[in-house]
Design a binder for this molecule. Structure first.
Ligand code: ADP
Ligand code: MG
Length: 255
């Protein structure tokens, strides 16, 4: 049985994709079998992992199929990238999911039908890199997941909107997926400013020990890593790589 983790925050640019890739690489380094699902129509995770558009199915194809109870495309959708874990890429077609899911029965459970398939259940961890929105795709991710990790950027307005995300989390937990838990809140892009410290204090009082002790500093290493299509964790002398390794150790210890 896989442990399924959704990495979500409806704000863009808070470090979700960077966290998904580096958490996956960190878990794989510890010997776990890991699958990442790119669940954002922008396809940033696919890009980070070196994916080039091809004729094979993406997560949007799998969602369309699963809405009609077809699962035969799953094996062909799983890719092995530059890193030591697998992934399912996404493309812009996922953006029309709202439309095609609107008429589907049990439309919150379509991704769960996919992750429930034996081929995917062979992974120790499935990480879902969510899109920056609170719509039906996020609900699908939270319905498929066992837990939720919320990256929060240590910048102004960081806490705005977290209440809305929590409402969606509670709605899914109460109505669709009782086992769903918040695995942790991860502070990202930390720097040496009063604003950064203020966000950290506010998160510590709002989330207590749900706030990861490991935090991710702001560094140009992150964008270099995306550009070079190679995880931070796979580099020996990367500060952010070390921080993500320590976040993964903390995550494993807690779960
Ligand atoms: N710790 C960090 N320090 C500096 N820049 C970062 C950091 N983490 C991510 N970034 C950069 O910020 C941008 C948004 O990060 P990303 O992980 O794509 O966020 P999201 O998936 O939430 O939109 C990217 O350009 C990424 O390279
Ligand atoms: Mg992203």
């Amino acid at each position: 049985m896989s442990n399924i983790v959704a990495i979500a925050n409806q704000k863009g640019g808070v470090g979700k994709t960077t966290t998904a890739v580096n958490m996956a690489a960190g878990l794989a380094l510890k010997g776990y079998r890991v699958l990442c699902i790119d669940f954002d129509p922008q396809g940033n995770l696919s890009n980070y992992l070196g994916w080039e558009p091809d004729d094979r199915p993406t997560i949007s194809d799998l969602m369309t199929d699963a809405a009609q109870n077809r699962m035969d495309n799953i094996p062909n959708a799983v890719r092995t990238g530059n890193e030591n874990f697998d992934y399912i890429p996404s493309d812009i077609a996922l953006a029309s999911a709202d439309l095609f899911l609107s008429s589907v029965m049990c439309r919150e459970q379509v991704l769960k039908r996919i992750t429930n398939q034996p081929l995917l259940q062979q992974y120790d961890y499935i990480l879902i890199d969510c899109l920056p929105s609170l719509g039906i795709l996020l609900t699908n991710a939270l319905t498929a997941a066992d837990s939720l990790i919320i990256p929060v950027q240590a910048q102004k307005f960081a806490l705005d909107g977290l209440g809305q995300l929590e409402s969606v989390y509670m709605m899914v937990k109460e109505n669709l997926n009782p086992k769903l838990e918040i695995a942790g809140v991860l502070l990202t892009m930390v720097d040496n400013t009063n604003m950064s410290r203020a966000v950290e204090d506010a998160l510590a009082s709002a989330y207590g020990d749900k706030l990861f002790t490991s935090r991710i500093h702001k560094s140009v290493e992150a964008s270099n890593s995306t550009y070079e299509q190679r995880s931070l964790v796979s580099r020996n002398s990367s500060r952010l790589g070390n921080e993500y390794r320590s976040m993964v150790a903390e995550y494993i210890e807690r779960s």
